[in-house]
Design a protein around this ligand. Sequence first.
Ligand code: JEH
Length: 235
Amino acid sequence: MRIDVVSIFPSFFDVLEVSLLGRARGRGLLDVRVHDLREWTYDRHRTVDDTPYGGGAGMVMKPEPWGEALDAITADAAPLPVIIFPSPAGEVFTQATARELAQREHLVFGCGRYEGIDERVFTHAAQLGEVRLISLGDYVLNGGEVAAMAMIEAVGRLIPGVVGNPESLVEESHEEGLLEYPSYTKPAAWRGLEVPPVLLSGNHGAIASWRLEQQLERTRARRPDLLGSDHDGAS
Ligand code: JEH
């Protein structure tokens, strides 16, 4: 998979060099190219923002550098790219979104700053690929970079060969809809805290039942929304 990222803070993405995705890049599974939006500015001050038409607080990203950047990046792109703009006004990113995006050959992330990007950029980008405005969640960030990073990690680990043990992905797909059961490792007793004895019993049926019970209990307590309707009496 090829991923292009456009940002005025390209060094944010240096962290992609390390860990899981860094190894995937080294092995040729993932081709991530980070671009500085200011490469496509031509004035002395490399200006990327201006005041909003109609008034209002803050600045808006100018369309011209974005148009040039997206034209250049998609010029040689063979299969139709998905062009993703992280946005607080987008559809909410979920594991289902990650799975859809992981099927594609080419993703482009346009990371805005300030109050966002001139709306005409999205219209133009629709001529170059499939445009999606996607929100990381219902809270306000200062720009698209952190959201893009989270999306890249979630999508990247679904590419075959990126996650070391594919069994862990299979297990995830079975568990979906419930929170995880608690995990323990050695030592069996630590600071007076014992590992639940059933996990040491060797009884695999009993272990599976205990884990499912834990999943249901935790989901009811922390994420009753995942169980369909609120049965916890909190509301
Ligand atoms: C933020 C891209 C580009 C900040 C505020 C406003 C909210 C009501 N989940 C996410 N949160 N924020 C972003 C995001 C994602 N993905 C995100 C961005 C950009 C993504 C610039 N910013 C900063 C920014 C305006 N407020 C948005 N409103 C719903 C709380 C109030 C207005 C725009 C842009």
